[in-house]
Design a protein around this ligand. Structure first.
Ligand SMILES: Cc1cc2nc3c(=O)[nH]c(=O)nc-3n(C[C@H](O)[C@H](O)[C@H](O)COP(=O)(O)OP(=O)(O)OC[C@H]3O[C@@H](n4cnc5c(N)ncnc54)[C@H](O)[C@@H]3O)c2cc1C
Ligand SMILES: *[C@@H]1O[C@H](CO)[C@@H](O)[C@H](O)[C@H]1NC(C)=O
Length: 459
């Protein structure tokens, strides 16, 4: 519990730090970095905090998100979205995401998206984070100056006024669910139907009585195909992660099928699957994920995004040659994001003040290269570099070790395993039926350790 001792050991070096983005990552980064004694400015292009969790019914002009000049809508949240993790798991370590017993909000264990936004806003209010945020301020350029400080150019959203400010350090927290990745489909250029990426999916009405081919098997694919099956004539899910001959009617639905990947799309509107089936489809909906995208970042080529690997990055956070003055929070996926961002932020905060020592630049680079070699030797493509599914808790515990704080709670690990397995085996019911009440109790005992902030009305 190092944090409780922090105020007494005031850091030797107080830095001027820019945090880009006021989503979950930026908020917790700002909190941790300020409480280490640094001066923090958060630059946020939206007019409120919350990032991805700010639902909007607006969509982009290009439904596939390919036009680089299109005005970008940040959020990818759809109307019916409920969390795919139980709330006990999602919350920051010392600010639990628990339901209120006063009738306000959404008390469900897997709440709707509005409840998550509300939680982030309460977190920001509780710790006075909003006062650090410059809203409607888009970062358009981040570059290193001769004196090794960063010049951050930002632009006001409304009047286009732009500002250059100088910082000792920049922490990138701009999210990575806004820049669509599209499936490559032979013949697609002459296929006459409509294509859309899930980034621009909000509600099912547009798909009434239509025949939909939905590509993907991630959490949003699993949700969206069910959302649409309620109104569409037919939903055909094409998945890259099933065997080539796969063709299965989805249990519980008389209008939804699972297929292996698309073989080809034809100019008469037919979509042919690798299992030999074909359908005349109205829409192809790509639920095929997103790309890391840092249009503002100019490191003279030091940090690149290559096949969705952001690198070189030591432990997914620091470019070795620019550490600790440039860092990234929240890049890993297949993780529990909020508590991971919290640990990454503590590490960055301590490294900036010199309280936590990083290895030398050479050592960090060697470690990073060794990590990439291991991936390569295991046949894991570059684009999975930040997929932490197998080892997220080892990663979290490693970070905790660097920061001298407690690692991941036992109940969190067990609850994650239970939730992942029930999501896989019963996607219709896992949000409303569970068997891990004993873990909820353990979590609540743990939460009781923290001061009764505004956690629940009766505490
Ligand atoms: C459909 C979907 C469902 C999800 N479900 C869950 C779930 O159930 N549970 C869970 O824990 N996680 C879930 N996630 C993961 C989610 O991304 C994280 O919970 C979290 O929101 C990530 O926060 P972030 O701060 O990294 O990014 P974001 O929330 O995306 O925030 C980034 C912020 O940066 C700002 N920004 C970007 N570029 C600039 C710029 N140039 N200048 C200024 N500001 C900028 C944006 O406006 C935004 O406010 C889901 C994600 C998606 C897309
Ligand atoms: C992420 O990595 C795990 C473990 O290596 C793997 O099983 C899984 O398929 C990967 N996920 C994706 C979407 O690639």
């Amino acid at each position: 519990m190092t944090q409780l001792n922090l105020p007494t050991m005031f850091p030797i070096h107080s830095r001027h730090v820019a945090v880009i983005g006021a989503g979950a990552a930026g908020l917790v980064a700002a909190r941790e970095i300020r409480r280490e004694g640094h001066k923090v400015v958060v630059l946020e292009k939206n007019d409120q905090i919350g990032g991805t969790w700010i639902y909007t019914d607006r969509v982009e002009s290009d439904p596939l998100g390919l036009d680089p000049k299109r005005p970008v809508i940040h959020s990818s949240i759809y109307g019916s979205l409920r969390t795919n993790l139980p709330r006990e798991l999602m919350g920051f370590k010392d600010y639990p995401f628990v339901s209120r017993n006063d009738g306000s909000g959404d008390p469900r264990r897997f709440p709707g998206h509005t409840e998550v936004l509300k939680y982030l806003k309460e977190f920001a209010r509780e710790f006075g984070i909003e006062e650090m945020v410059r809203f409607e301020t888009e970062v358009v350029n981040v570059g290193l100056m001769d004196n090794n400080k960063w010049k951050v150019r930002s632009k006001k959203i409304n009047n286009k006024d732009s500002f250059d400010d100088i910082y000792d350090a920049v922490v990138v927290c701009n999210g990575h669910y806004s820049q669509p990745r599209i499936a490559e489909i032979p013949g697609i250029d002459s296929w006459p139907g409509k294509q859309i990426h899930s980034h621009n999916y909000r509600t099912p009405e547009h798909y009434r009585d239509q025949v939909i081919v939905l590509i993907g098997s991630s959490a949003s694919a699993v949700d969206i195909c069910r959302d649409i099956a309620g109104v569409a004539r037919e939903v055909h899910v094409a998945s890259r992660s099933v065997a080539d001959g796969t063709y299965e009617k989805q249990p519980g639905y008389d209008n939804m099928w699972l297929h292996s990947m698309i073989e080809i799309a034809l100019k008469d509107g037919t979509v042919v699957f690798r299992n030999g089936n074909m359908v005349l489809a109205d829409v192809i909906l790509h639920c095929t994920g997103y790309k890391y995208h840092f249009p503002f970042l100019d490191t003279s080529g030091y940090v690149t995004v290559d096949d969705n690997r952001v690198g070189p990055l030591y432990k997914h956070v620091f470019p070795p040659g620019l550490a600790p003055w440039l860092s990234f929070v929240g890049l890993p996926w297949k993780v529990i994001p909020f508590p991971m961002c919290e640990l990454q932020s503590k590490w960055i905060a301590g490294a900036l003040s010199g309280r936590i020592l990083l290895p030398s630049q050479e050592e960090m680079m060697e470690d990073t290269k060794a990590f990439y070699s291991t991936l390569e030797a295991s046949g894991i493509p570059k684009r999975y570099t930040h997929n932490l599914s197998d080892y997220q808790f080892d990663y979290d515990n490693w970070l905790a070790g660097q920061c001298g704080c407690e690692g991941v709670e036992e109940w969190r690990i067990l609850m994650y395993l239970a939730a992942s397995s029930s999501r896989r085996t019963r996607p219709e019911t896992y949000r409303d039926e569970w068997e891990d009440d004993h873990l909820i109790l353990q979590a609540q005992e743990d939460f009781n350790k923290y001061p009764p902030m505004k956690i629940s009305s009766n505490s």
